[in-house]
Design a protein around this ligand. Structure first.
Ligand SMILES: [Zn+2]
Length: 300
């Protein structure tokens, strides 16, 4: 479903704009009546292990830029694994296939620690710039690569940059994914609907509010600078968690090793996880465990 190029949006008839909007929609809520162990809230922590891939994707292939990606794998990831082990929190790692091929040991380590590996594109490509056949091919190659490296075929996908294209839903249905985690039509899980038809695909929604990149992003030659103090981000994320707990819903968080893993920032994740744990009745789950649980419930 793509916009016609010969008309301006204000010239479109309803028969044009309505199918565009209805192509991929949020269907029924998948928030269950109860969480495992009678928990009040489910917590799903994730890391997008992009490392060098966004720079490669943009052909920013200078050693200077690439070194920041290497920091993510070389310094931040071991630091994060240690923190998760100490906090006894399972996480989901969404890994571009090129990142997995550059650092196969990161896949081994995550699997060994009991974390989930999910698909995050081939080289952090922008799906909306691709032909359907190319997006399908890259998604399939990513699945095969991660399966080979991790010993298990991933069941979840997070589109790179959350750039979910008009073709993505068809492709992930065909390839048999259980869930996607790239869209934003709710705070809590829902079923994806394609042109009015329920698909059975679980959406575990994300939000820029619950992502470290918008607060801490930095690009030397673009107008992107960190603009929020780590303590302020901690405050925002605590309030997102408090709200999720009050709603008996899901608190989902997206981070990037090369962004959150710095000495002046990682403490906020540590403090947040302590805050969450001390709230009492929490179910920590990988995205796969969460999607499996909510998919098994009939909430209609
Ligand atoms: Zn990413």
């Amino acid at each position: 479903m793509s916009a016609p190029t010969d008309e301006q949006p204000w010239q479109w008839p309803e028969s044009t704009w309505r199918p565009i909007v209805e192509h991929v929609r949020a269907g029924r809520s998948l928030t269950p009546q109860a969480w495992p162990d009678d928990a009040s809230v489910a917590v799903a922590i994730s890391f997008d292990s992009d490392h060098e891939t966004p720079a490669l994707r943009d052909s920013a292939v200078t050693p200077g830029v690439l070194s920041g990606g290497q920091y993510g794998a070389r310094v931040a990831l071991p630091r994060i694994r240690k923190l998760l082990a100490r906090q006894r929190v399972p996480a989901s790692f969404f890994v571009p296939a090129v990142s997995a091929l550059l650092y196969p040991e990161q896949i081994d380590a995550a699997v060994e620690d009991g974390h989930e590996i999910g698909v995050h594109g081939w080289i952090h490509e922008r799906n909306t710039l691709l032909e359907r056949a190319d997006e399908r091919d890259l998604t399939l190659r990513s699945l095969d690569t991660l399966e080979k490296l991790s010993g298990r075929r991933p069941v979840g996908i997070r589109t790179p940059s959350w750039d979910f294209s008009p073709n993505t839903l068809d492709i992930i249905r065909e390839l048999g994914f259980l869930y996607d985690s790239s869209l934003m039509a709710d705070d809590d899980p829902y079923e994806l609907v394609a042109a009015g038809e329920p698909t059975g695909i679980v959406e575990l929604p994300v939000e820029w509010i619950r992502d470290d990149a918008p607060y801490f992003g930095m690009a030397r030659f673009a107008g992107i600078r960190p603009y929020t103090a780590p303590s302020a981000v901690l405050e925002i994320w605590k309030r997102e968690f408090d709200g999720a707990r009050a709603d008996r819903g899901v608190f989902q968080l997206t981070m990037h090793p090369s962004i959150i893993g710095h000495r002046s920032r990682l403490w906020i994740l540590d403090e947040l996880l302590t805050y969450i744990r001390e709230s009492g009745d929490v179910w920590f789950a990988t995205h796969e465990q969460l999607a499996t649980y909510v998919a098994g419930k009939d909430n209609s």
